[in-house]
Design a protein around this ligand. Sequence first.
Ligand SMILES: NC(=O)c1ccc[n+]([C@@H]2O[C@H](COP(=O)([O-])OP(=O)(O)OC[C@H]3O[C@@H](n4cnc5c(N)ncnc54)[C@H](OP(=O)(O)O)[C@@H]3O)[C@@H](O)[C@H]2O)c1
Length: 346
Amino acid sequence: MRVLVLGGTRFVGRLLVEEALARGHVVTTFNRGRTDTDVEGVEVVRGDRESPDDLARLVEGHDWDAVVDTSGYVPAVVGDATRALSGRAGSYLFFSTVSVYPGWPQEGVSEDSPVYDCAPDVGGTAEDEANWSAAQYGTHKAGCERAVTEGFDGRALVLRPGVILGPYENVGRLTWWLTRIAAGGTVLVPGDPGRPIQPIDIRDLIGFTLDRLEAETAGTFNVAAPIGHATFGGMLDACVEVTGSDAHLVWVDDGFLLDLGVRQWTEIPLWRTHPGTWRIATDRAQASGLACRPIGDTVHDTWAWLSAGQGPAAYGRQAHHGLAPDKERQLLALWAERTEQAERRP
Ligand SMILES: NC(=O)c1ccc[n+]([C@@H]2O[C@H](COP(=O)([O-])OP(=O)(O)OC[C@H]3O[C@@H](n4cnc5c(N)ncnc54)[C@H](OP(=O)(O)O)[C@@H]3O)[C@@H](O)[C@H]2O)c1
């Protein structure tokens, strides 16, 4: 297949390009050349998707079997791409997110859950996307989905991943945990080690994506590991094992951390107490062939990548992730006091 990737140099797009080339597809990438270098073997078109002139230059004399959009955040900008490409490409695959569901993470969601109501022509720029609120991000993505399904009616594939982990991760979630645990000592870990989690490995997401693209599937899919696929404790134990760390994990109650105002999801990456966080229904994707590797493999391979190279491409959201060392020490001291008092109580 001839595949155009709008993006292609950071995490999801980068892995997709690598795997598409490995499968023998011919790949064009379109990006500004700011985030990182392109994967060797692609045809590169430099340009800004927010510029109509650059879009016109991209499509001039070109056509593709499929477009993969990993960099769409603004509905009108995505709509411009669909209009420029509708006569030039067979299908349009849009990477959306489970954040399109206003009910998430308070409640579990399926593809039939309500999504934010956002018009497909809402404009603006994605320059500051890394600092958008979850609602702003989810609302915009819902508008982008509408732009794609209207522009490529019957030829659109919309994927809504939950948390994606693995090599090239750019957000600072598993990479933060690996780095913290590798540093060793007493490590504050949140909640219950048995808490079920369902992050998807990037390689499983990309395998599913390319299979669907090759099969010319249209429609909408949540993409996450099955509910209960892994546990928080299993993930962190794997971090200790792969880093060879002397880390001693101290499990601290959710309520204690919440009372002290510790920020869920970011200050302690991947920790979230809302009951729907890890209840994303993925039956539809599984019935279409989604297979997920054990979390231990994801942890192992992410550490191998992280410890061998330059680490993740720079991204604004990395700064929001991770517990400051001083704060971790303070919290651990307070927790030790609390547990000692509880033990002394008659
Ligand atoms: N990470 C997660 O856990 C998660 C979860 C759910 C959904 N998602 C979705 O998955 C996707 C993640 O994609 P990614 O960042 O990993 O994709 P990527 O394709 O690897 O990287 C983003 C690409 O977009 C390009 N780009 C950004 N702005 C551009 C512009 N104005 N014009 C042209 N190119 C532009 C960047 O290059 P230049 O900067 O050089 O232009 C870069 O190549 C997003 O759509 C996100 O919403 C992620």
